[in-house]
Design a protein around this ligand. Sequence first.
Ligand code: GLY
Length: 378
Amino acid sequence: VADRADIAIVGAGLIGCAIALELAERGRSVVVLERSVPGAEASTVAAGILAPQVEHPDDALLASLGEDSRELHAAWAERLRERVGIDVGFRRTGALVVGHSSGALDARAAHYEARGVAHEKLDGAEARTVEPAISPQVQTAISLPNEAQVEPPRLLRALSLACELAGVRFVRSVVRGVRAEAGRVTGLDLEDGPLAAAEVVVAAGSWTSLVPGAGAAGRGRDGTLREVRPVRGQLVHAEAHPRLVTRLIFGSGGYVVPRGDGRYVCGATTEEAGFEKEVTLGGIHQVLERALVVVPGLASAKLVGHAVSFRPGTPDGRPLVGRGALPGLWIASGHYRNGILLAPITAKLLGAAMAGEADDPRLEALSPRRFEALAEAT
Ligand code: GLY
């Protein structure tokens, strides 16, 4: 077991692996702590949607980070194919947001107009020309040609292999807490002993608020960072031939992600259910109902399976990326619905900040410490 590293990263989800690779390529020695295998939780359950404009029509900051990150994904896909020989399934399929009444998407379109986002407004008939399997009930749609997707299980496999090739060490252990002495981070307490590290990055997704010492002393129980909570998402996997749709389809509160080879991912519930990892009849019913309202032909698709996981939610819906409460402590968590999308930009921005380079101005709004004044006042 490694008992010393420049940097210890808590969590081998996509965010932890992405940061590990960035730091290893910058010449740092990196250990990633994971109680299971890389990507065991949300990172491989996620649908792999890279659609910042669909997700954030009215949040220019997240849309801009997401756009940059979507393009970094394209570059990652190339690099990973060359380096480890895995096709991560990056495809720029574009997205179609659909509405069931004629004015349903006007506010969304106005945001796109104002921000100069590449998009095309369609009526129902036009929408069915580009995607014939869309419901006849659809009255309006917006096509976003630059949105993309990736296959998370392949991405995790490729990225964890690339990490190992770059010298990152993965250690399977339970993290008991962040160690600190004289007001600065000195490493981690693991279930089987201490790990010395000059810097610690907490990238534990929905479990971030359970890591003692990840927050400021005196806040939360054991100095935990309280702001991250699990938001359950249930998904359904299906298969249909011949092909129904080619774009990512969003409507009626759900989405359909076509992999291009007959596989479809339909999602997803958004549930405050703590860490109850149940797949429920109500959840699956809701996912299917929303998918079928938009793409009725999915009714005769083969049911392949279901999945469930937890998105790391935050009070303002924005991630926590940057310096933690102690020197040497860094947080990269709270990516909510967009952990897959935002992994490359998170790694890039955090890697630069950790190297002492000038912070990207967008990091300020993501500061993990932005809720502290609020917490202290209450
Ligand atoms: N990114 C889609 C979801 O979280 O369901």
